[in-house]
Design a protein. Structure first.
Length: 261
């Protein structure tokens, strides 16, 4: 379902671009929405398909054995999102955009960490523990996320060529994970993998703005990369099979965006 949505968004954008290119070849072209970009403030909305995964840095003791990774990201998320656009025009070439949106994701981590039983007597970073046999339900963690993403982007655009204009943008994001479980007292012993609620990221984007009679359509590609460590440590009495095996966990996302203004 999610892969179908992503493909549909891509095909829609390609069809619109082909149509727009066809009208650019008309001999007597007329500029559309000529005064639109002169507005000090404007607004719109966007739809997006995305691919979200994790960047993982493993603990050298509990996350690796003989140069083999004991924790792997076995499933990335193909999903969708939507949001609003608020634009503040600075000058002919620069705009500031705030684009709050809602993103959904489900990712999967696999923990093949039974070999950590050798540290049952305790170590510098973990107290002694009683080994337990890891069943399939213990090895796999499905991590669901509902992300309130608030990017603030500085947009640099070129000169308008008839009914199109290219641009690049970059900025920072404040991201709230509504399904982080960070305040839960349960942890991986109860099959709950906890992550941070409040996060910060940076984003970079590029696209082309197409002008029509009634609206402006912008297909774009955006990359978003978390800067903070999202991992929340397990409770002190929990064996080092799960969170202790991971040093750093960071979301990275690639989005295909369709903006309507």
């Amino acid at each position: 379902m999610n892969k179908f949505l992503l493909k549909a968004l891509v095909l829609t954008s390609v069809n619109v671009a082909v149509f727009a290119n066809a009208q650019f070849r008309t001999r007597n072209r007329m500029d559309k929405l000529e005064d639109f970009d002169e507005q000090k403030f404007s607004w719109g909305f966007y739809l997006n398909g995305n691919k979200l995964g994790y960047r993982i840095v493993l603990h050298p003791t509990y996350g690796m054995k003989d140069n083999q990774n004991l924790v792997t990201s076995t499933k990335e998320s193909y999903s969708f999102g939507a949001g609003l656009i608020a634009k503040w025009r600075l000058n002919d070439y620069l705009d500031v955009r705030v684009e709050p949106g809602l993103q959904f994701a489900q990712r999967q981590l696999t923990f093949n960490t039974q070999s950590n039983d050798v540290y049952a007597g305790g170590s510098v970073t973990n107290p002694p523990f009683t080994p337990i046999p890891l069943q399939e339900k213990d090895k796999v963690r499905d991590i669901k996320s509902t992300l309130v993403d608030i990017p603030v982007l500085l947009e640099l655009h070129g000169r308008r060529w008839y009914n199109s204009r290219p641009y690049v943008a970059a900025g920072v994001n404040y991201v709230v994970n509504l399904q982080s479980n960070s305040s839960s007292t349960d942890d991986n012993m109860q099959q709950i993998f906890r992550t941070t609620t409040h996060n910060f990221a940076w984003s970079a984007e590029m696209g082309i703005q197409f002008y029509f009679n009634k609206f402006k359509l912008t297909p774009a590609i955006r990359g978003t990369f978390f800067m903070n460590n999202e991992k929340v440590a397990d409770n002190a009495t929990t064996p080092p099979y799960w969170a202790s095996a991971v040093s750093t966990l960071q979301t990275r996302a690639i989005m295909f965006v369709l903006k309507f203004e």
